[in-house]
Design a protein around this ligand. Structure first.
Ligand code: G6P
Length: 367
Protein backbone atom coordinates (compact mmCIF):
# COMPACT_ATOMS: atom_id res chain seq x y z
CA UNK A 1 0.00 0.00 0.00
CA UNK A 2 1.04 3.59 -0.62
CA UNK A 3 2.32 5.21 2.54
CA UNK A 4 1.27 8.82 2.92
CA UNK A 5 2.51 11.69 5.03
CA UNK A 6 -0.91 12.27 6.60
CA UNK A 7 -1.03 15.59 8.44
CA UNK A 8 2.76 15.95 8.32
CA UNK A 9 4.87 18.04 6.01
CA UNK A 10 7.61 15.45 5.58
CA UNK A 11 8.04 11.73 6.15
CA UNK A 12 10.85 12.51 8.57
CA UNK A 13 8.49 14.58 10.70
CA UNK A 14 5.83 11.87 10.60
CA UNK A 15 8.40 9.26 11.57
CA UNK A 16 9.65 11.38 14.49
CA UNK A 17 6.06 11.60 15.75
CA UNK A 18 5.50 7.86 15.37
CA UNK A 19 8.16 7.10 17.94
CA UNK A 20 5.99 6.78 21.07
CA UNK A 21 3.98 4.10 19.26
CA UNK A 22 6.77 2.16 17.54
CA UNK A 23 9.13 2.24 20.51
CA UNK A 24 6.22 0.97 22.62
CA UNK A 25 5.43 -1.80 20.10
CA UNK A 26 9.08 -2.87 19.99
CA UNK A 27 9.36 -2.86 23.76
CA UNK A 28 6.23 -4.99 24.07
CA UNK A 29 7.83 -7.80 22.10
CA UNK A 30 10.26 -8.19 25.04
CA UNK A 31 8.03 -7.28 27.92
CA UNK A 32 6.46 -9.98 30.03
CA UNK A 33 3.47 -8.27 31.66
CA UNK A 34 3.00 -11.01 34.27
CA UNK A 35 6.56 -10.87 35.55
CA UNK A 36 6.69 -7.13 34.73
CA UNK A 37 10.14 -7.75 33.32
CA UNK A 38 12.13 -7.96 30.11
CA UNK A 39 12.08 -11.41 28.58
CA UNK A 40 14.29 -12.26 25.60
CA UNK A 41 13.27 -15.03 23.20
CA UNK A 42 15.30 -18.27 23.37
CA UNK A 43 18.71 -17.95 21.75
CA UNK A 44 20.44 -20.84 19.94
CA UNK A 45 23.51 -20.24 22.16
CA UNK A 46 24.25 -19.39 25.77
CA UNK A 47 23.95 -15.66 26.49
CA UNK A 48 25.92 -16.07 29.72
CA UNK A 49 28.96 -17.31 27.88
CA UNK A 50 29.77 -14.83 25.12
CA UNK A 51 33.53 -14.27 25.12
CA UNK A 52 33.19 -11.07 23.17
CA UNK A 53 30.34 -9.32 21.41
CA UNK A 54 31.37 -7.57 18.20
CA UNK A 55 28.82 -4.97 17.08
CA UNK A 56 28.88 -3.69 13.50
CA UNK A 57 26.74 -1.34 11.41
CA UNK A 58 26.88 1.74 9.18
CA UNK A 59 25.86 5.32 9.85
CA UNK A 60 23.18 5.76 12.46
CA UNK A 61 23.00 2.00 13.04
CA UNK A 62 26.67 1.96 14.08
CA UNK A 63 25.93 4.73 16.60
CA UNK A 64 23.14 2.62 18.11
CA UNK A 65 25.86 -0.01 18.50
CA UNK A 66 28.09 2.48 20.30
CA UNK A 67 25.35 3.25 22.81
CA UNK A 68 24.84 -0.51 23.29
CA UNK A 69 28.50 -0.89 24.21
CA UNK A 70 28.01 1.40 27.23
CA UNK A 71 24.90 -0.51 28.27
CA UNK A 72 26.41 -3.97 27.85
CA UNK A 73 29.60 -3.07 29.66
CA UNK A 74 27.84 -1.39 32.56
CA UNK A 75 24.88 -3.63 33.17
CA UNK A 76 26.08 -6.98 31.80
CA UNK A 77 29.86 -6.63 32.30
CA UNK A 78 30.06 -7.89 28.71
CA UNK A 79 33.23 -7.45 26.65
CA UNK A 80 32.18 -5.50 23.57
CA UNK A 81 33.81 -4.15 20.45
CA UNK A 82 32.05 -1.77 18.06
CA UNK A 83 33.08 -1.03 14.51
CA UNK A 84 31.77 0.47 11.31
CA UNK A 85 31.13 -2.14 8.65
CA UNK A 86 33.21 -0.56 5.86
CA UNK A 87 36.32 -0.93 8.05
CA UNK A 88 35.46 -4.16 9.78
CA UNK A 89 34.83 -6.08 6.55
CA UNK A 90 38.41 -5.60 5.34
CA UNK A 91 40.27 -5.47 8.62
CA UNK A 92 40.68 -9.22 9.00
CA UNK A 93 40.18 -8.83 12.72
CA UNK A 94 40.84 -11.97 14.76
CA UNK A 95 37.62 -13.07 16.43
CA UNK A 96 37.54 -15.14 19.62
CA UNK A 97 36.13 -18.60 20.33
CA UNK A 98 32.58 -18.34 21.69
CA UNK A 99 32.33 -14.91 20.13
CA UNK A 100 29.07 -13.44 18.93
CA UNK A 101 28.75 -10.76 16.27
CA UNK A 102 25.78 -8.44 16.18
CA UNK A 103 24.76 -6.54 13.04
CA UNK A 104 22.44 -3.56 13.14
CA UNK A 105 20.64 -2.42 10.00
CA UNK A 106 17.32 -0.78 9.27
CA UNK A 107 17.14 -2.13 5.71
CA UNK A 108 18.99 -5.38 6.32
CA UNK A 109 20.56 -4.88 2.89
CA UNK A 110 23.50 -2.52 3.44
CA UNK A 111 26.32 -4.13 1.49
CA UNK A 112 29.15 -3.33 3.90
CA UNK A 113 27.17 -4.66 6.86
CA UNK A 114 26.28 -7.82 4.95
CA UNK A 115 29.92 -8.39 3.95
CA UNK A 116 30.96 -7.89 7.58
CA UNK A 117 28.36 -10.46 8.65
CA UNK A 118 29.68 -12.99 6.15
CA UNK A 119 33.24 -12.46 7.37
CA UNK A 120 32.21 -12.98 11.01
CA UNK A 121 30.31 -16.13 10.07
CA UNK A 122 33.33 -17.54 8.24
CA UNK A 123 35.32 -16.90 11.40
CA UNK A 124 32.95 -19.10 13.37
CA UNK A 125 31.03 -16.36 15.16
CA UNK A 126 27.38 -16.76 16.06
CA UNK A 127 25.34 -14.06 14.34
CA UNK A 128 22.63 -11.85 15.84
CA UNK A 129 20.98 -9.12 13.80
CA UNK A 130 18.78 -6.20 14.71
CA UNK A 131 16.86 -5.35 11.55
CA UNK A 132 13.70 -3.52 10.58
CA UNK A 133 12.99 -5.65 7.50
CA UNK A 134 12.53 -9.25 8.68
CA UNK A 135 12.75 -10.77 5.19
CA UNK A 136 16.02 -8.95 4.40
CA UNK A 137 19.30 -10.66 3.46
CA UNK A 138 20.97 -9.79 6.78
CA UNK A 139 18.02 -11.29 8.68
CA UNK A 140 18.08 -14.46 6.57
CA UNK A 141 21.79 -15.02 7.14
CA UNK A 142 21.61 -14.58 10.94
CA UNK A 143 21.35 -17.25 13.65
CA UNK A 144 19.07 -14.99 15.65
CA UNK A 145 17.01 -11.99 14.52
CA UNK A 146 15.77 -9.34 16.92
CA UNK A 147 13.36 -7.25 14.85
CA UNK A 148 12.63 -3.57 15.35
CA UNK A 149 8.95 -2.78 14.83
CA UNK A 150 9.50 0.69 13.40
CA UNK A 151 7.40 0.02 10.30
CA UNK A 152 8.50 1.41 6.94
CA UNK A 153 10.96 4.29 7.27
CA UNK A 154 10.83 6.52 4.20
CA UNK A 155 12.92 9.55 5.24
CA UNK A 156 16.56 8.97 4.33
CA UNK A 157 17.73 10.20 7.73
CA UNK A 158 16.98 7.47 10.24
CA UNK A 159 14.77 8.40 13.21
CA UNK A 160 12.30 5.76 14.40
CA UNK A 161 14.52 2.93 13.17
CA UNK A 162 17.27 4.29 15.43
CA UNK A 163 15.18 4.60 18.60
CA UNK A 164 13.68 1.14 18.07
CA UNK A 165 17.19 -0.25 17.55
CA UNK A 166 18.19 1.31 20.86
CA UNK A 167 15.10 -0.20 22.48
CA UNK A 168 16.01 -3.70 21.29
CA UNK A 169 19.64 -3.26 22.33
CA UNK A 170 18.64 -2.04 25.81
CA UNK A 171 16.53 -5.18 26.24
CA UNK A 172 19.41 -7.32 24.99
CA UNK A 173 21.78 -5.74 27.52
CA UNK A 174 19.32 -6.46 30.31
CA UNK A 175 18.79 -10.02 29.05
CA UNK A 176 22.53 -10.73 28.90
CA UNK A 177 22.97 -9.14 32.32
CA UNK A 178 20.30 -11.38 33.75
CA UNK A 179 21.80 -14.49 32.11
CA UNK A 180 25.20 -13.59 33.57
CA UNK A 181 23.83 -12.60 36.94
CA UNK A 182 25.30 -9.10 36.85
CA UNK A 183 21.99 -7.28 37.40
CA UNK A 184 20.33 -7.43 40.79
CA UNK A 185 16.55 -7.94 40.84
CA UNK A 186 16.21 -4.38 42.20
CA UNK A 187 18.24 -2.92 39.36
CA UNK A 188 16.31 -4.99 36.86
CA UNK A 189 13.02 -3.66 38.22
CA UNK A 190 14.37 -0.08 37.96
CA UNK A 191 15.48 -0.63 34.38
CA UNK A 192 12.18 -2.25 33.40
CA UNK A 193 10.15 0.63 34.76
CA UNK A 194 12.49 3.20 33.14
CA UNK A 195 11.99 1.41 29.82
CA UNK A 196 8.22 1.12 30.08
CA UNK A 197 7.97 4.85 30.74
CA UNK A 198 9.84 5.72 27.54
CA UNK A 199 6.86 6.05 25.18
CA UNK A 200 5.12 8.58 27.43
CA UNK A 201 8.41 10.42 28.01
CA UNK A 202 8.88 10.68 24.24
CA UNK A 203 5.40 12.17 23.97
CA UNK A 204 6.36 14.77 26.59
CA UNK A 205 9.52 15.62 24.68
CA UNK A 206 7.57 16.08 21.45
CA UNK A 207 5.92 19.03 23.22
CA UNK A 208 9.26 20.86 23.05
CA UNK A 209 8.92 20.97 19.24
CA UNK A 210 8.08 24.69 19.16
CA UNK A 211 10.99 25.64 21.44
CA UNK A 212 13.35 23.61 19.30
CA UNK A 213 12.01 25.20 16.12
CA UNK A 214 13.00 28.61 17.53
CA UNK A 215 16.48 27.35 18.43
CA UNK A 216 16.80 26.01 14.88
CA UNK A 217 16.61 29.58 13.59
CA UNK A 218 19.99 30.24 15.26
CA UNK A 219 21.50 26.95 14.17
CA UNK A 220 20.45 27.49 10.56
CA UNK A 221 22.74 30.56 10.42
CA UNK A 222 25.82 28.61 11.46
CA UNK A 223 28.53 27.22 9.24
CA UNK A 224 29.85 24.79 11.84
CA UNK A 225 28.17 23.17 14.81
CA UNK A 226 29.70 21.13 17.61
CA UNK A 227 27.80 18.50 19.61
CA UNK A 228 29.14 17.34 22.97
CA UNK A 229 28.21 14.45 25.25
CA UNK A 230 29.73 12.09 27.78
CA UNK A 231 29.22 8.42 28.55
CA UNK A 232 26.26 6.92 26.75
CA UNK A 233 25.44 10.37 25.39
CA UNK A 234 28.76 10.66 23.57
CA UNK A 235 27.40 8.50 20.73
CA UNK A 236 24.33 10.75 20.78
CA UNK A 237 26.55 13.78 20.18
CA UNK A 238 27.83 11.94 17.11
CA UNK A 239 24.28 11.11 16.06
CA UNK A 240 23.27 14.76 16.48
CA UNK A 241 26.10 15.87 14.22
CA UNK A 242 25.34 13.17 11.66
CA UNK A 243 21.64 14.05 11.52
CA UNK A 244 22.36 17.76 11.11
CA UNK A 245 24.92 17.36 8.35
CA UNK A 246 22.79 14.80 6.47
CA UNK A 247 19.72 16.98 6.07
CA UNK A 248 20.77 20.62 6.63
CA UNK A 249 24.23 20.38 4.98
CA UNK A 250 25.74 22.31 7.89
CA UNK A 251 29.13 21.00 8.93
CA UNK A 252 28.87 19.40 12.35
CA UNK A 253 31.04 17.27 14.59
CA UNK A 254 30.15 15.15 17.57
CA UNK A 255 32.76 14.94 20.30
CA UNK A 256 33.18 13.49 23.74
CA UNK A 257 32.95 16.53 26.02
CA UNK A 258 36.22 15.68 27.76
CA UNK A 259 38.07 15.44 24.46
CA UNK A 260 37.13 18.96 23.36
CA UNK A 261 40.31 20.43 24.84
CA UNK A 262 42.33 18.18 22.53
CA UNK A 263 41.19 19.85 19.34
CA UNK A 264 37.73 21.21 18.70
CA UNK A 265 38.04 23.99 21.28
CA UNK A 266 40.26 25.70 18.71
CA UNK A 267 37.15 26.17 16.54
CA UNK A 268 35.04 27.91 19.16
CA UNK A 269 34.03 31.50 18.62
CA UNK A 270 30.73 33.41 18.69
CA UNK A 271 29.68 31.85 15.38
CA UNK A 272 29.81 28.25 16.54
CA UNK A 273 26.77 26.82 18.29
CA UNK A 274 27.73 24.11 20.77
CA UNK A 275 24.99 21.65 21.55
CA UNK A 276 25.44 19.75 24.80
CA UNK A 277 23.53 16.57 25.64
CA UNK A 278 24.07 16.67 29.38
CA UNK A 279 21.53 15.25 31.83
CA UNK A 280 22.13 15.99 35.50
CA UNK A 281 24.08 13.34 37.32
CA UNK A 282 27.61 12.51 38.44
CA UNK A 283 29.18 13.58 35.13
CA UNK A 284 27.28 16.86 34.82
CA UNK A 285 29.89 18.87 36.78
CA UNK A 286 32.59 17.78 34.34
CA UNK A 287 30.47 18.78 31.38
CA UNK A 288 29.62 22.12 32.99
CA UNK A 289 33.30 22.96 33.23
CA UNK A 290 33.73 22.03 29.55
CA UNK A 291 30.80 24.32 28.73
CA UNK A 292 32.32 27.14 30.78
CA UNK A 293 35.36 26.91 28.53
CA UNK A 294 33.07 27.22 25.51
CA UNK A 295 31.23 30.15 27.08
CA UNK A 296 34.49 31.95 27.89
CA UNK A 297 35.37 31.83 24.18
CA UNK A 298 32.03 33.26 23.10
CA UNK A 299 30.52 29.96 21.93
CA UNK A 300 26.72 29.83 21.82
CA UNK A 301 25.62 26.99 24.09
CA UNK A 302 22.43 25.06 23.45
CA UNK A 303 21.77 22.74 26.37
CA UNK A 304 19.65 19.60 26.33
CA UNK A 305 19.24 18.59 29.97
CA UNK A 306 16.67 18.10 32.72
CA UNK A 307 15.37 20.76 35.10
CA UNK A 308 18.19 20.25 37.58
CA UNK A 309 20.84 20.32 34.86
CA UNK A 310 19.44 23.47 33.28
CA UNK A 311 19.37 25.18 36.70
CA UNK A 312 22.95 24.05 37.36
CA UNK A 313 24.18 25.48 34.06
CA UNK A 314 22.66 28.86 34.95
CA UNK A 315 23.06 31.53 32.32
CA UNK A 316 25.97 30.07 30.40
CA UNK A 317 23.46 28.45 28.02
CA UNK A 318 21.90 30.68 25.39
CA UNK A 319 19.08 28.20 24.88
CA UNK A 320 17.96 25.26 26.98
CA UNK A 321 15.56 22.43 26.30
CA UNK A 322 14.21 20.86 29.47
CA UNK A 323 13.80 17.10 29.16
CA UNK A 324 12.34 14.73 31.73
CA UNK A 325 14.67 13.41 34.40
CA UNK A 326 15.18 9.69 33.83
CA UNK A 327 17.44 6.81 34.79
CA UNK A 328 20.74 7.53 32.97
CA UNK A 329 20.43 4.13 31.28
CA UNK A 330 17.52 5.28 29.08
CA UNK A 331 18.75 8.85 28.47
CA UNK A 332 20.18 8.11 24.99
CA UNK A 333 16.78 6.97 23.71
CA UNK A 334 15.12 10.17 24.92
CA UNK A 335 17.91 12.56 23.88
CA UNK A 336 17.51 11.24 20.32
CA UNK A 337 14.30 13.27 20.09
CA UNK A 338 15.58 16.86 20.49
CA UNK A 339 18.48 15.90 18.22
CA UNK A 340 16.07 14.80 15.49
CA UNK A 341 13.76 17.79 15.90
CA UNK A 342 16.63 20.26 15.78
CA UNK A 343 18.06 18.74 12.60
CA UNK A 344 14.59 18.61 11.07
CA UNK A 345 13.66 22.24 11.77
CA UNK A 346 17.09 23.50 10.74
CA UNK A 347 16.77 21.68 7.42
CA UNK A 348 13.24 23.02 6.86
CA UNK A 349 14.48 26.56 7.53
CA UNK A 350 17.34 26.06 5.08
CA UNK A 351 14.88 24.75 2.50
CA UNK A 352 16.68 21.50 1.79
CA UNK A 353 15.01 18.34 0.58
CA UNK A 354 14.48 16.87 4.03
CA UNK A 355 13.30 13.40 3.03
CA UNK A 356 15.69 13.00 0.10
CA UNK A 357 18.88 14.90 0.93
CA UNK A 358 21.36 15.34 -1.89
CA UNK A 359 23.97 12.63 -2.47
CA UNK A 360 22.47 10.24 0.09
CA UNK A 361 20.57 6.99 -0.37
CA UNK A 362 18.20 5.33 2.06
CA UNK A 363 19.92 2.02 1.67
CA UNK A 364 23.44 1.61 0.29
CA UNK A 365 23.41 -1.76 -1.47
CA UNK A 366 26.48 -1.20 -3.67
CA UNK A 367 29.93 -0.44 -2.40
C1 G6P B 1 22.40 5.12 4.79
C2 G6P B 1 21.25 5.93 5.39
C3 G6P B 1 21.42 6.06 6.90
C4 G6P B 1 21.60 4.70 7.54
C5 G6P B 1 22.72 3.89 6.89
C6 G6P B 1 22.69 2.44 7.34
O1 G6P B 1 23.57 5.86 4.88
O2 G6P B 1 21.20 7.20 4.79
O3 G6P B 1 20.28 6.71 7.46
O4 G6P B 1 21.88 4.87 8.90
O5 G6P B 1 22.57 3.87 5.47
O6 G6P B 1 21.54 1.83 6.80
P1 G6P B 1 20.93 0.51 7.38
O7 G6P B 1 19.75 0.19 6.48
O8 G6P B 1 22.00 -0.55 7.30
O9 G6P B 1 20.53 0.78 8.78
Amino acid sequence: AMIGKGQYRHFMQKEIYEQPAVVGDTLHTFFNPLARSIQLPDFPFDLANISRLTIVGCGTASLAGMVAKYWLEQEARQLVEVDIASEFRYREAPLPDNGVSLFISQSGETIDTLAALRYAKEQGQKIISVVNVPESTIARESDMVLPTLAGPEIGVASTKAFTTQLTVLACLAIGIGRAKGTISPEREAELSSALTEIPSRITEILNTDEIIRKIAADVSEARDVLYLGRGNLYPMAMEGALKLKEISYIHAEGYAAGEMKHGPIALIDENVPVIACAPSGPMMEKTISNLQEVHARGGQIILFSDEEGVARAGDIAKHSVVLPRVDPFVAPILYALPIQLLAYHTAVLKGTDVDQPRNLAKSVTVE
